[in-house]
Design a protein around this ligand. Structure first.
Ligand SMILES: Cc1ncc(COP(=O)(O)O)c(C=O)c1O
Length: 428
């Protein structure tokens, strides 16, 4: 089934916004456009339901219902139960709280494994457990490819390992890590897994049940929604962790990992993401009607496949072009099937900042910098202060936009590429 891009763009107010017209958006990994269903729920909530939720007067009970519905509807798309879905202000804040909560479970002398591929949001908080007497091991990327090898993980697992923290995909390298295989290996060793799905979830909300992670986190504001983080904490896990909420809320699993109340309006509006996916599925020929578990997971799988099938051809075009430039070092795989549609690269001839400014003058919104992924840039011999250029696509980007950005890159870089620099030569 081919994605109807016209229909898709009608679902996003940004595409009808005059001030954004003529500008192609390639900074989706920083934060996606919000879909119309989310925007209208947010404004309606503020207009009609902006009261303390879950009391027995009409505005309050409806506000509460909206918040509950978000949890239920997103749980369907993630293949988990609503009681496993927790909302918090952002993924970095969620991992911060989680790492604190893990201090109850981890004893001095226990070992945990983190990676140097992660965004700092899924790294620093865990590494700080060293202050609690925990030994932290680092699963390191290959300096050329930026990839994590499962064979290296094998060497880090010991009988003292309690926790493994890794990304579904890095926001720079973008290689899709084989999450199910890694979590299966960890589980066999009795190790808990925490997976950062921030850089993958916008490309198709995963079936978290199938991935096998004990905890899976992502950011709704990069997934067509409001500025909230979502974490799936599989059944039975919350009770093993410390209570980070008020002492008298210890018996409330959905509160324990969120020290303050999440933003009610944003949680209520998050249902709009599921409604957007429903509309996408219905428009692309799904019969609809049935609402059982089988039907909801089939719908989620169809939407996932639809998004990916729209992104891969765009990603292929961009990667093929970058492959022709001898002056560009692509970070991560050049094979589209192996990566998310987030493409970071460095060039020796032009500073990343100058490149994105030149692209902006031509109507292309892109990003540069270290993207808080300092450790992986350093590991790949890229100077994090200089950073990289990043073009990140979603299913709502068009082939014309990709052709346009390729032409712009060609113009900026100049048609004549200089000889390839040495592989390890660094972009400093
Ligand atoms: C891969 C990855 N993990 C974690 C984060 C942190 O997410 P948040 O901004 O919700 O704290 C980001 C943000 O860019 C990210 O790209």
């Amino acid at each position: 089934m081919k994605l109807d891009l016209g229909f898709v763009r009608q679902q996003f107010p940004a595409f009808a916004e005059p001030s954004l017209a003529g500008r192609a958006f390639f900074e989706n990994a920083g934060g996606s456009y919000a879909c119309g269903a989310v925007v209208s729920r947010l404004t309606e909530y503020y207009r009609r339901l902006k009261v303390q939720p879950h009391y027995d007067f009409p505005a309050s009970s409806e506000a509460g219902q909206w918040m509950d519905a978000s949890r239920e509807r997103l749980a369907e798309y993630l293949g988990v139960t609503p009681s496993e879905v927790h909302f918090g202000p952002s993924t970095s804040q969620n991992t911060y709280v989680l790492a604190r909560a893990f201090r109850t479970l981890l004893k001095p002398g226990d070992e945990i494994i983190v990676t140097n591929q992660d965004h700092e949001g899924n790294s620093g908080s865990w590494r700080r457990l060293v202050e609690h007497g925990v030994t932290v091991h680092e699963w390191r990327v290959d300096p050329d490819t930026g990839r994590l090898a499962e064979s290296d993980l094998e060497r880090l697992l010991t009988e003292r390992t309690r926790l493994l923290v890794f990304p579904h995909a890095s926001n720079v390298v973008a290689h899709i890590n084989p999450v199910a295989s890694i979590t299966a290996r960890a589980r066999a060793a009795g190790v808990i897994t925490v997976v950062d799905g921030v850089a993958w979830a916008p490309h198709g909300l995963p079936d978290v049940g199938q991935l096998g992670a004990d905890i899976y986190l992502f950011s709704l504001y990069k997934t067509y929604g409001p500025h909230q983080g979502l974490m799936v904490v599989r059944a039975g896990m919350v009770e093993r962790l410390g209570n980070e909420n008020h002492y008298f809320n210890v018996g409330e699993p959905l509160k324990r990992l969120v020290p303050a109340e999440p933003d009610h309006a944003q949680v209520a509006a998050a249902r709009g993401i599921a409604e957007y996916f429903d509309a996408l599925d219905a428009h692309h020929g799904a019969a609809g009607g049935a609402t059982g578990q089988g039907e909801t997971s089939a719908r989620a799988a169809r939407v996932r496949a639809l998004l990916r099938s729209a992104e891969v051809p765009l990603l292929t075009m961009l990667l093929e072009y970058l492959g022709t430039r001898r002056d560009i070092r692509l970070l991560g795989p050049s094979v589209p099937e192996q990566r998310a549609a987030t493409v970071a690269f460095v060039t020796e001839t032009i500073e990343p900042r100058a490149m994105v400014q030149a692209l902006a003058r031509r109507g292309f919104m892109t990003g540069d910098g270290n993207f808080y992924a300092v450790r992986v840039l350093e590991a790949m011999n890229v100077n994090p202060e200089r950073g990289a250029v990043r073009l990140s696509l979603l299913h709502y980007n068009s082939a014309d936009e990709v052709k346009g950005v390729i032409e712009a890159l060609e113009e900026i870089l100049g048609a004549q590429a200089p000889p390839r620099r040495a592989r390890q030569g660094d972009a400093r």
